[in-house]
Design a binder for this molecule. Sequence first.
Ligand code: SF4
Length: 855
Amino acid sequence: MRFYIDDLPVIFPYPYAFPEQVAMMNDLKRTLDANGKAVIESPSGTGKTVSLLSLIVSYQMHYPAARKLIYCTRTVPEIEKVLAELSRLMEYRARYNPGEDEVKDEDGVERELPLPKGQGQHEDILALGLSSRKNLCIHPSVSRERRGNVVDARCRDMTSAWACEKGRQEPGSVELCDFHENLGKLEPGHLLPHGVWTLEDVKDYSREQGICPYFGIRRMLPFVNIVVYSFHYLLDPKVAEQVSKEMSKDAIVVFDEAHNIDNVCIESLSIDLTRPMLDSAYRSVDQLAKRVDEVKKTDAAKLQDEYSNLVEGLQQSSTEREAETFMANPVLPEDLLKEAIPGNIRRAEHFVAFLKRFVEYLKTRMRVLHVVAETPTSFLQHLKDITYIERKPLRFCAERLRMLVSTLELTRLDEFAALQKVAAFATLVATYDKGFLLILEPFETENATVPNPIFHFTCLDASLAIQPVFERFSSVIITSGTISPLDMYPKMLKFETVVQESYPMTLTRQCFLPLVITRGSDQIAISSRFEVRNDPSVVRNYGSILIEYAKCIPDGIVAFFPSYLYMESIVSAWHDMGILEEVWKYKLVFIETPDAPETSVALENYRRACDNGRGAILLSVARGKVSEGIDFDHNYGRAVVMFGVPYQYTESRILKARLEFLRDNFRIRENDFLTFDAMRHAAQCVGRVLRGKSDYGLMVFADKRFARADKRSKLPKWIAQQITDTHSNLSTDMAIVESKLFIRRMAQPFDQGAKGGVSLWSVKDIEERQRKEKEHFERLMAQDGLELGEDGALDGDVIDFNDPETLEAVERHERELEAKRGGSAAQIEELADGEDEFDGQFGDGRELEGMDVDA
Ligand code: SF4
């Protein structure tokens, strides 16, 4: 269908749209018009991706300044999903774009749009996905390697600047990749024809043409209209500098499934060093030293050339970086590029000695037997006192290493990974003084006696990694199905929004039922709080929830626990109590483990059991792979049970440091952050059950703390709104009665036509809605004019949006709309039982034992 938002014609590839999709497109248009940033939460399964793409592509096509779209998502299947959706959209758009001979039929009558399927002209657009070499390589032997870093290293050996030069001059001296070589023969910018390409499409096409898909896509990036890749390509400075630096500033950036974006930012700037890593780095330094000696004897001019280049500065040497993402510098700001490398690390042998001293220093630091936490400044001071290493050369360490590796023509760079990490650490520690902490933990656990030290260089400030993105691109959209509370993200990531919206879910039949079980059938409260979590009555009550649901829910049930440790302890207790034996009578039980291949086998069998009617239960953990990326739609998940509130392990020193940082710098209280984090993960878990409005399922929150308003207000609006008072404080047997009723209700035939105008809008419904909103707005304006006593009725006057009174009226109107949509989360009634869970946990120095603190 085609409808208008202001003057923008939007082509949407379905005959109906959900109201939340229309609302989202309206807000997106506002964001793009204002060149601003938005945080948007849209319920799971309501077609977020297609709404984003429809609006943005319509925007790109309609306005002359065609802005690029950078669409970031998390996994390869998600990249493929977005590209497939985009391909469908472009097919559909073609039907609104008749060719010259399609405008009229044989009788000369103008034809109605959309044209029948398969007709019309495709618009000129190039859309590509980008992933790692591991997923794209088509080289017969390299693509067979199982580990990503080995694929990277082997590819680099054949494609680095020196290898190509040497291989071309003396054919046969170095193995080159033909697919890469063939690329060079084609004209850049014409490596792939226009169209929407999934990763598999590009691979097939590249095989036919004999070119490398990975480098083909990278070289086409300056020419694409839409690129879809993972968050890291924008957020990880090591990769972003290489891949995304050519993206124009007016590009539109979308971060989809971005509920964890703060953690991605933090991880991209944090480094952990262990003892074996330092040993490996030390060996690599020795190898470097040997190689420098060799080259000195055989080809001293090469080292001399490198030295002369370094005197001139880094700018010149930055051209040949295409192939070398592995050796990239984590932070290489423009000003640094202009500077010359400090004198004491210009000569290869000096730099090698410098690295050696630094690694030795780190090894010595690891010998301590107590925990050390220090800031980068104090680390650098200590380093200087002991080794005379200054901050400046340290800052250039990663870049200098990259150049040396290239000069020495080293191969199999995966073996230098540890040294590269040390160099990246050196650069980061010398670049940032705020927002980072160094924590040295000599023992793995509190009770361990054998040291196994880890040096954490941890980033505490998520805004550091994303700041360059905000500075560079004006339109950034952060969205997810579970991103509440919305104001947390602008605070943590330091940005201002034009739109901050959470849409409720419009339903003609309530297709999901959230229930909060606060106590067992014996009326004993249930909770995963540390003090009571292993209490036999709690364990038994959790067990009976599982048994009861196994009895009455058809097909698949997914149960989530706050952590692996807790899951293990409770499953073994269930085994001893005979609970598992009872569950087995009704369903098979599968379990998620930290081992990915093991989990995928479990998942496969779980699905098989759901398909053949046997029914199964999958036991998983919040924050695990299953909770983040697997959908349990239809028969694969008729109920999700969240056993406990998934708080993080608050005894972690890193988390404590981050909480302190958030409190001191962003005024975010520890409790607020911990609850926010727990609830976003709980929402992620239960959100798995519903993947569309034709789907249905139960969301069971089994912990008495979920009944509290402070928890529920942090759930996404579309879930929180459906938790009625009667369903927010149930015992197990009451919940089972409600669940049975729900499942029976859902099993009845449903008239899809009843959704029309309510949860499904046609073009007419949309236009009618727009007309009503306009009328309402005008009425409000007129009322305000009268109230303000300016010059009588405002009807028909020109609306001045710079006028503060007009703005006030607009805001009032928005508030009214908000209320109409169902009110804000803050209005949810308080059901608190008077306790404050985190009282006394932070700031009073009291240490708590255990794996997570739900005091
Ligand atoms: S150049 Fe391309 S095809 Fe050749 S090894 Fe590298 S990734 Fe594989």
